[in-house]
Design a protein around this ligand. Structure first.
Ligand code: KIV
Length: 330
């Protein structure tokens, strides 16, 4: 049991939720959009309370939280599960759920059904899908079905095998032209924002100038309308050295590691729990118990009971216990 406060004390302060329109307003006002991933209730709550505008339940959950080698194995059920937990912690941010690999590739009917589940069943405000021009029809179909879509181009981790690894995209003139065409097609199809991942700063800057909708960069330089990072990268919780574009703001691995070591020591040295961390009987019951224990025969009866259980203990529930008790001891 742990006492986690689910609702804030007296916090009926009005919060103005971030919407697709407010993200657009931020772009138009030249104000940077802040975005971060989150995968569970407590981190979602912290990210939301920090005033981050957009929270993405990324399929990066597969690597950061579930321990997969890539994002490819992540399932719809896993994404829905994490999105629901995040949604419970979000009051203000625009909540985007990543559609996992395979959930929008087979047919647009299936993609639409899966996207609808995120909005209907998990509390997401929008979904994100990876891919450029070839996703434009799907973005249009989802938009027509009232589902807001965040697009994602450049280094798209679900294309790891087609890209032969995680490589910066858009380095050749041909690739740059293709990225410009991707962004234009997705915007025309109704995307509310575009994530630009792993592309040269100059290319991201040009896409951002050309686009009327906000661009949100990760490894795409400072001229994007907003920036997004993976929560675990920000806090050194990835057990690896960070990519070039990551800035670490805290060292949670050292912080948690130190606390865990102290906890282990306190338990092994029996300094945890202290008396103040223990529950106590009321004085009245304590006195009654003491009197009971002093009555002759109480302990003897307990000894008889344990002894008889040990004698019948070849197969019963006390079998393991009996092996540990030296002969003649109850
Ligand atoms: O899954 C994810 O975390 C993402 C971000 C890196 C944009 O797609």
């Amino acid at each position: 049991m742990s006492v986690t406060q689910l609702r804030e004390n007296g916090a009926n302060l009005p919060v103005r939720p971030v919407t697709a329109q407010s993200l657009l307003d931020l772009k138009r006002a030249g104000r940077a959009i802040t975005a971060l991933t989150a995968y569970d209730f407590p981190t979602a709550r912290l990210v939301d309370q920090a005033g981050i505008d957009l929270i993405l339940v990324g399929d990066s959950v597969g690597m950061t939280v579930l321990g997969y080698e890539s994002t490819l194995p992540v399932t719809m059920d896993e994404m829905l599960h994490h999105t629901r937990a995040v949604a419970r912690g979000v009051k203000r941010a625009f909540l985007v759920a990543d559609m996992p690999f395979g959930s929008y590739h087979a047919s647009s009917d299936e993609a639409l059904r899966n996207a609808t589940r995120f909005i209907k069943e998990s509390g997401a405000h929008a979904i994100k899908i990876e891919g450029g021009q070839r996703r434009a029809d799907l973005v249009r179909r989802m938009t027509d079905a009232e589902i807001s879509v965040v697009a994602h181009i450049g280094l798209t981790p679900q294309s790891i095998h087609r890209m032969s690894g995680y490589h910066v995209q858009g380095r050749s003139i041909e690739a740059i032209e293709s990225l410009y065409a991707d962004a234009a097609a997705l915007q025309d199809a109704g995307a509310v924002a575009i994530v630009l991942e792993g592309i040269p700063r100059e290319v991201a800057a040009e896409v951002t100038t050309r686009c009327a909708i906000p661009t949100i960069g990760i490894g795409a330089g400072p001229e994007c309308d907003g920036q997004i990072l993976v929560f675990h990268d920000l806090f050194n919780l990835t057990f690896s050295s960070p990519a070039k574009f990551v800035r670490r703001y805290a060292d949670a691995a050292t912080f948690f590691g130190g606390a865990l070591e102290r906890y282990r020591c306190d338990v092994t040295s029996r300094t945890f729990p202290a008396d103040a961390e223990s529950y106590h009987l009321s004085r009245e019951v304590a006195v009654q118990l003491e009197a009971l224990e002093e009555q002759p025969g109480v302990c003897a009866r307990a000894d008889d009971f344990v002894q008889s259980e040990i004698q019948d203990s070849d197969k019963g529930p006390f079998a393991e216990f009996a092996k540990l008790v030296p002969a003649g001891r109850g």
